[in-house]
Design a protein around this ligand. Sequence first.
Ligand code: CTP
Ligand code: MG
Length: 228
Amino acid sequence: PRHFAIVPAAGSGSRMGAAQPKQYLDLLGKPLIRHSLEVLCATPEIDKVFVVLSIGDAEWKRYDWSDLGPKLVPLFCGGATRADSVLGGLRAIVHEAEQSDWVLVHDAARPCLARWHIEKLVRELAHDEVGGLLAVPVADTLKRADAHRHVLETVPRDSLWQAQTPQMFRYVMLRRALEAATNVTDEASAIEAAGLRPRLVEGDATNLKVTYPLDLHLAEWILENRGS
Ligand code: CTP
Ligand code: MG
């Protein structure tokens, strides 16, 4: 099977509170989204990289992406939610993808994706029926609280993981799961709702999602201090 990346990049970045969507914020001299697109395009295992942009995106065309090569394909078909954007991308590539091809969905907002993250995910899931996702074990002690912030219980963290991306599933399975799902924040939960069991592949904390302004500084530090 082939491996296609779908990069949802049609969000508005409301929690970041910046003037432009966070995927276009400057990170070490390039738009934030470019960092992970470069890694995805440079990884031989990945056959194509589809970026899902909002229909009215005016920023994408302001940059030159041609050095990333013919693997990179922008799709102006973003939706109202992340799941809608991913589904729009899946529908747009229907003539390209075979049933059992793998789709790796990666957040545009995770600029510190490293080649080894992709390679480990692809390697560990190559013979899996369902697929799975990068994740890291939860480090903090977790509390469940009521509306008044009184602690109800401490949630044992030993079996808890933080979900990251890429999340890698078979084309048709993922499309059906997302078409049936409501209110999911990642692909894995759609797959779970379909009664299947995604597998966790341990990544690391460097693959953070840029959500708040502090995350942008952390991402900058990670990229600058990464031995390339
Ligand atoms: N995304 C998308 N389409 C949407 C919403 C989100 O493609 N309708 C993408 C974002 O561009 C981002 C990824 O999904 O790359 C993860 O979403 P998130 O971190 O929530 O980004 P935003 O929705 O842009 O940020 P916020 O929730 O703070 O508004
Ligand atoms: Mg969001």
